[in-house]
Design a protein around this ligand. Structure first.
Ligand SMILES: *Cc1c(COP(=O)(O)O)cnc(C)c1O
Length: 395
């Protein structure tokens, strides 16, 4: 019996090594990793530039506390500001903590302006923002909030219809919070028009717009951040997952106008943005901002989407929809997705389930066409196996 909390339905599979898009078990079995630690290992496993940065920083200083200036943190913040809409950055250790900072920032912004009743956050069904009490409340997924007490201050609407959002906004609304591409909720990419409409509604009603780009950001859709496709910007944005490529790091980015409400003492984190995390974060950013990186993701996203469409044509009884944007892709399937993920694992392909019975594919962003073809081949093989089993059962 494991001494761990029973919060995860874990596979017994354990990896001891990673190389690019592959993970290896102790006996040397190689798995094709189209999960990437759930969109974390954007640069795959063992990227030499990041490994070197981590080792170099380990020899200098690990941790000092945010009561001192941390040069690596200043540098990473400035680079993120230069590359985005934001003027200010707060570093965290995780996505949920980035959301906590975003929610606090939104509420404090209105409090600071004397609008102390503006505390409500409007979220969307199918969203995921983390597992802290505020973030489960913000997402409102009944399966995740059950048994954890009352959660005032959050409203939820069905995504896709701007009129529903408009109707939900009232004098208590502080912010609208949405993932431009829902990850765990079923890999739903919202249209540019919808995101633009949310921006307009926020502006017209004097409320803030928060984009949660923890999963869809950092290059995954083929732009640095997914909202860039829509040509609009949020007031606050949350980032994590790929930002540290596996070293725990997250960030909340905001405009100066909003962030100025968060003065000394309003927020903090012991580890957030420590020298180790930010040394790695800077090295990750070096790679992500290399010329051609986003173009590669976009090109591979096109290949993957095309291959998934073909898979749907070949197996219409098993694949009913292709979803996603760039290298956050999904197929809605008819076999139970968790069983199917296990079956793919037997075929040495790692993928991950999303809600709505969607098989989610999140390869490292360095994936190439041959590796995509290999993954599609494995999925096709698994469907063919299913087909054979079904016809055996019918006889
Ligand atoms: C994973 C995720 C989070 C939570 O991140 P943690 O690091 O697990 O706290 C928040 N939002 C989105 C969109 C995510 O995918």
């Amino acid at each position: 019996m494991s001494a761990l909390y029973g919060t995860y339905a874990r596979s017994e599979l354990a990896f001891v090594r990673g190389e690019g898009v592959r993970l290896l078990t102790a006996d040397g079995t190689r798995y094709l990793d189209f999960n990437a630690g759930i969109a974390v290992n954007a640069l795959g496993h063992g990227d030499p530039h990041i490994v070197a940065a981590l080792k170099e920083q380990a020899d200098k200083v690990w941790h000092v506390s945010n009561i001192y200036t941390i040069p690596e943190q200043e540098k990473l913040a400035q680079r993120l500001v230069d590359a985005t809409f934001a003027d200010k950055v707060f570093f965290t250790n995780s996505g949920a903590e980035a959301l906590e900072c975003a929610i606090k920032t939104a509420r404090r912004y209105f409090w600071d302006k004397g609008q102390k009743d503006r505390v409500d956050i409007i979220g969307f069904s199918g969203s995921f923002h983390g597992r802290t009490t505020a973030t489960i409340a913000a997402a409102g997924n009944p399966a995740y909030i059950e048994g954890f007490g009352p959660m005032p201050g959050y409203k939820h609407v069905k995504p896709g219809d701007l009129a529903l959002v408009e109707a939900a906004i009232d004098e208590k609304t502080a912010a609208i919070l949405i993932e431009p591409v829902q990850g765990e909720g079923g890999v739903t990419a919202f249209s540019d028009a919808y995101l633009q409409g949310l921006r307009k509604l926020a502006d017209a009603n004097g409320v803030l717009l928060i984009f949660d780009e923890v999963q869809c950001g950092y290059g995954r859709t083929g732009k640095f951040f997914a909202h860039e496709w829509a040509g609009i910007t949020p007031d606050i944005m949350t980032v994590a997952k790929a930002i540290g490529n596996g070293f725990p790091l997250g960030a909340c980015l905001a405009t100066e106008e909003v962030a100025k409400a968060m003065g000394p003492g309003t927020h903090g984190s012991t580890y957030g943005g420590n020298p180790m995390a930010c040394a790695v974060g800077n090295a990750v950013l070096d790679r992500v901002l290399e010329p051609g990186f986003f173009e590669h993701v976009e090109a591979m996203g096109t290949v993957l989407a095309h291959q998934l469409q073909q898979l749907m044509q070949k197996f219409p009884q098993y694949v009913t929809e292709v979803r996603g944007k760039g290298l956050i892709a999904g197929i809605k399937i008819t076999p139970p997705v968790r069983d199917f993920v296990a079956r793919l694992r037997d075929h040495k392909l790692l993928a991950v389930a999303a809600s709505d019975n969607v098989l989610r594919l999140l390869p490292p962003l360095i994936v190439n066409e041959a590796e995509i073809n290999e993954a599609i081949g494995i999925i096709a093989e698994a469907f063919a196996e299913f087909e054979a089993e079904a016809s055996d059962a019918a006889q």
